[in-house]
Design a protein around this ligand. Structure first.
Ligand code: ATP
Ligand code: MG
Length: 191
């Protein structure tokens, strides 16, 4: 993967970072999603994310102090080991129209994905992290700043084999968001 590793940089030990748990696609799923994102962006007159930025957010934490990252690492490890790998079939096109976002989603959310999100939000709440109140709507953003509608129809399904979860920090740069992988864990019991 060519994403930038987490850079120590000139940050204070108590600096905070904008943090989220996510699924990052493996190369076959990423390539299929990148092609779909290009088509969607053309159709909706929006901007596709760069391929390496395509992801599905499991839990968004907002700003987290550096001193709390160890707790998130422990949560990631525990949650990942409790859920086996699974296949996520993205067979649905949708949009958050107000936000100008077009996305790919699943008409059926796999129980393993529901479980991942449920375990994460339970563990995060227990550790005092603010959690999302809105219902989880799994999606991969394919285009932003859309000026027109994207197809609401079902395009060819993309079967994504999900084998790991990641903890990420995000930085907003003039050219768009830059995500840094802080940690990743394989799904399923440790070998
Ligand atoms: P940018 O905000 O820089 O344009 P971005 O939205 O991808 O890019 P972040 O805002 O850091 O970057 O968000 C990281 C991930 O968390 C994205 O997948 C985003 O959709 C999701 N996210 C952001 N805010 C929330 C929120 N309040 N609730 C749920 N998910 C969120
Ligand atoms: Mg954002």
């Amino acid at each position: 993967m060519s994403r930038k590793p987490a850079t120590p940089g000139p940050r204070d030990a108590d600096a905070s970072r904008r943090t989220f748990f996510a699924l990052w696609p493996d190369p076959p799923a990423r390539d299929a999603l990148a092609a779909r994102a290009r088509d969607t962006a053309v159709e909706a007159q929006g901007r596709a994310p760069v391929a390496e930025n395509l992801h599905l957010t499991l839990a968004f934490l907002g700003d987290v102090a550096a001193t709390r990252i160890a707790t998130l690492r422990a949560i990631g490890l525990a949650v990942a080991s409790a859920v086996p790998p699974f296949t996520l079939t993205l067979d649905r096109a949708g949009a958050f129209r107000g936000a100008g976002i077009a996305w790919a989603g699943a008409s059926a959310t796999p129980p393993e994905l529901e479980r991942l999100v449920q375990l994460l939000s339970g563990a995060l709440a227990k550790e005092g992290f603010p959690t999302e109140r809105r219902a989880f709507q799994p999606h991969v953003t394919l285009a932003r700043r859309c000026r027109g509608p994207a197809s609401a129809g079902i395009a060819a399904p993309i079967a994504w084999r999900v084998k790991r979860i990641t903890l990420n920090a995000s930085e907003t740069l003039p050219g768009g968001p830059q995500y840094h992988e802080l940690a990743d864990w394989r799904l399923g019991p440790p070998a």
